[in-house]
Design a binder for this molecule. Sequence first.
Ligand code: ADP
Ligand code: MG
Length: 557
Amino acid sequence: MEKKQFQAESKRLLEMMINSIYTQKEIFLRELISNASDAIDKIYYKALTDSALVFDNESYMIKVVPDKQNRTLTIRDTGIGMTAEELENNLGVIAKSGSLAFKKEHESKDGHDLIGQFGVGFYSAFMVADEVTVVSRALGSDQAYKWESTGAEGYTIEPVERAEVGTEIVLKIKENTEDESYEEFLEPYRLKSLVKKYSDFIRYPIKLDFSGKRLKEGSETEVEEYQEEQVVNSMVPIWRKNKNELTTEDYEKFYAEKHYGFDQPVKHIHLSVEGAVTYQAILFIPETTPFNYYTKEFEKGLELYSNGVLIMNKCSDLLPDHFGFVKGMVDSDSLSLNISREMLQHDRQLKLIAKNIAGKIKSHLLSLLKDEREKYEKFYESFGRQLKYGAYSEFGAQKDSLQDLLLFASSKEKKLVTLDEYVSRMPEDQAYIYYATGESIDRIDKLPQTELVLDKGYELLYFTDDIDEFAIKTLMNYKDKQFKNVSSGDLGIEADEDQAEQETQEHQELFDHMKAQLAGKVSDVRASKRLRKHPVCLTTDGDVTIDMEKILNAMPN
Ligand code: ADP
Ligand code: MG
């Protein structure tokens, strides 16, 4: 039989799995069960939208069968199955193509980050098995196929017989080594606890086979064979549960199970809304930025369920761009199951849900800022730039909607401050919110333009991000206080301005001469009171400051 080669990326990932020293090998079970559940979802969804198909609840399940004698663990589902082509395309090739190459720089030796960030899925089976066999028969087909692989050398596919539609994955569990135990994955009790830990909320019954040998009841020597099957998951999706019954850990497990991220979320938001719109949602504010977050590759969106059935993986209409970092899911009974992507965009219910969600995210972020400042700053380190982009691109009535979520570095103890904090402690004679732009706080501190403002004891905001100045230009003011770049001509510090004006007149001849020498480069030369240690500085009038001009000039046309 012809051995087919894995696509290069898949091969690398596979090798990584096989040699993995990743401590959480146990997640392979979660991966295989979640695939099985997805496969049943697909058939369920088909049945709901195709009257020719009947979904009989009784017959949909996932079976987990350990067999110690043969050292195999079988995961069987009654899902939609795969054709020979699908086996080839889904298991021979990584679906998330390109991501691996992109990730090269970031990954650690054991593939730890990778496993976390992408939830490598099916291939994780190779962490615990040295041979993996998949037998599958697709819905609507009479022929079943067997896919088999012992690792990176390749795989084979051949036709086989199988009575039912669905998929069966048989793992030949590795032998224990000196430092690694694999046999535990053949122990029913261990498997049960893994299902509870990672897959409890799966909507279909996960039936674990407990067959084996045990002492006969009442006897101390006589052994009997027994077979027992137990449904080991509770089957209630976490979002349908009562908040009070759930711990932070439950939410974090869900976050990991769903591959929302590898980090620990900074915050979870569990919503159960009834009224004009009815929906449940579990949302997460991640802690770290996905590697492709600030690129075009990144796709925002929430999972969308209609009455418990997943209808879309990434519904981008549910999130405004400025909250694109939010992960999670929404389940609503008010959405039609067979709604198309195009129809969804115009769906009134969906729009209402999206609006409601955006409001909730904002208020939760505000309370995080108020009550858990440290966590908020951690979050802000990752996504503050996104919020500033948001503030910059909002307009009209929405213009100020993000301003209270912004933080800027300040000369006051070199800490991050909100605009509200800044304004609330402004001395009475201070007319503007002062800021300076530059590459770093250190560089800004060396700017001659900052001297007067700091000397006056005024607080100074450090704008070290390209977007900072653009963002506040959109805001224009905060609580009636305008923003002022310290390098603008008129700083609004009156007494000094008057005196400078006088000195300019006294030395008019000198300044005229300088101006002539610098013709075309500067528009004016005058005396200034803002300087302390430096002899000269550049300032601007008008709206576009020197730094904005630099950024604008650097932008591709
Ligand atoms: P993902 O689940 O993120 O798509 P996986 O590596 O876990 O990635 O699975 C790859 C693909 O293989 C799935 O998208 C699915 O099409 C197919 N697949 C895996 N397991 C099954 C299964 N039990 N039944 C049907 N299809 C499956
Ligand atoms: Mg998967």
